[in-house]
Design a protein around this ligand. Structure first.
Ligand SMILES: [Mg+2]
Length: 417
């Protein structure tokens, strides 16, 4: 098996220039940095069709039955909505009315690119950088994007530069670490039968650690899943930062033998140099970035080839615009983006609007079904947003293209903090 470093040395002249390989055979990250920085400075929101100001008058957080919503309303009385992840927002919601909304009130929503940067600097909000801060920004951004869409009559994918595909394929992800290898295979088979997915992902390790039992299970699972699904299935595995470099390389070699598509978070997520060491030792693409909240560190990971699949979480990272900046950097470096997304809080819907607008992605996006216990429909269809025959089709109605039940929304209570 050829190593990544050997592969870089064999690339033709054009590709070698792109990767800026030095005489030592080590990619020279510095050459790429300026290009990546330029790529992530490009505006994402297409302002051209937005000919008049859309002044944000209110940002409200509302809830009922453990479900949280963000509503953005402009001075003309038009509102946009975003559903939140009920596993995250109950612990973080106070940040939204205290630190995020006050900055946005009175601003023109058409300046969303600069607003997501401005809110980061506003009253030293950068000190709050991390999941709890950025999920409140992200959900607010989703509500504002929906508002802009409702106000302009355009779908969000059009506001994000336009779709390059109408639908995305999905991989079905199984998150189990408790049951036997056989149990995981059975569950994956059931999920594939239900969703029509042509790709799957399962968990390795013991989440940020290993045990003797988890490692034995990993070495059993990798060949077993390939045998169960045959050569035509695309298979990924996710270690959630469980391994040290040595074990990650051993497991990665086994995945290579069985033709796996990528190896996600082999070592702890913030061990950036170690992630690169694993990538250098293997030919299987290394995927990572779901815990990342820094644009600068994404730039480092891409420039230094620590990951070959960049996985910003569309919510943890602060929204679709910031994630599109990662996609722009990745494109500049010739690598793909496969965003991380939790299913709760209409994750699949928001992901599909994003993934339909980026050229540099694979045909398999993360999917775990439609778990939200909230009444909504894809506008005008009566249908919920689900994979059909292994694909999710992006709605073309204004905003995100879904309509929450008005009776349900009327009974939400306003959250103050
Ligand atoms: Mg993961």
């Amino acid at each position: 098996m050829i190593s990544r470093r050997q592969l870089l040395q064999l690339l033709p002249a054009g590709a070698a220039a792109l990767t800026a390989t030095t005489a030592m055979g080590k990619p020279d990250a510095g050459v790429l940095r300026a290009r990546l920085r330029e790529a992530r400075s490009r505006p994402v929101l297409d302002r051209k069709p937005l000919t008049t100001p859309i002044i944000i008058e209110r940002i409200d957080m509302l809830r009922r039955d453990g479900q949280y919503f963000v509503r953005a309303t402009c001075t003309e009385g038009v509102s946009g909505w975003a559903l939140c992840n009920p596993q995250r927002m109950p612990s973080a919601f106070a940040i939204l009315p205290r630190r995020v909304a006050p900055f946005l009130i009175g601003k023109d929503a058409r300046n969303l690119d600069t607003l997501v940067d401005g809110v980061f600097l506003h009253k030293s909000n950068y000190k709050w950088q991390g999941l709890a801060f950025w999920i409140t920004v992200a959900r607010t951004e989703l509500a504002i994007l929906d508002l802009i869409g409702q106000r302009s009559g355009l779908p969000v994918h059009a506001l994000l530069g336009g779709k390059v595909r109408d639908s995305v394929g999905v991989y079905y992800a199984n998150g189990d670490r408790e049951h036997s290898a056989e149990w995981v295979v059975d569950r994956l088979k059931a999920s594939v039968a239900e969703s029509g997915a042509r790709a799957v992902k399962f968990k390795l390790g013991a989440r940020m650690r290993t045990t003797a039992k988890s490692t034995a299970r990993d070495f059993e699972l990798v060949p077993m899943v390939r045998k169960a699904f045959g050569d035509d299935m695309t298979i990924y595995a996710d270690a959630n930062g469980s391994y040290d470099v040595t074990t990650a390389v051993r497991v990665g070699r086994l995945m290579q033998e069985h033709d796996y598509g990528f190896f996600e978070e082999p070592v702890p997520f913030d061990y950036l140099e170690e992630t690169r060491e694993v990538a250098d030792a293997l030919s299987i693409p290394i995927a990572g970035g779901e815990q990342e909240s820094s644009q600068w560190r994404f730039e480092w990971m891409i420039a230094n080839r620590a990951v070959q699949i960049a996985q910003p979480d569309l919510i943890y990272f602060g929204g679709l615009l910031r994630s599109k900046r990662v996609a722009a950097m990745a494109s500049e470096a010739g690598i793909d983006v496969v965003p991380h997304i939790s299913p709760q809080g209409l994750g699949a819907l928001y992901m599909t609007h994003f993934a339909c607008t980026i050229p540099n992605t694979t045909d398999f996006q993360e999917y775990k079904g439609d778990p939200d216990d909230v009444p909504y429909e894809i506008a005008g269809t009566g249908e919920r947003f689900r994979a059909v025959d292994g694909r999710l089709t992006v709605p073309d109605a204004p905003g995100f293209g879904v309509r929450f039940d008005p009776d349900y929304l009327r009974r939400l209570e306003l959250v103050t903090a």
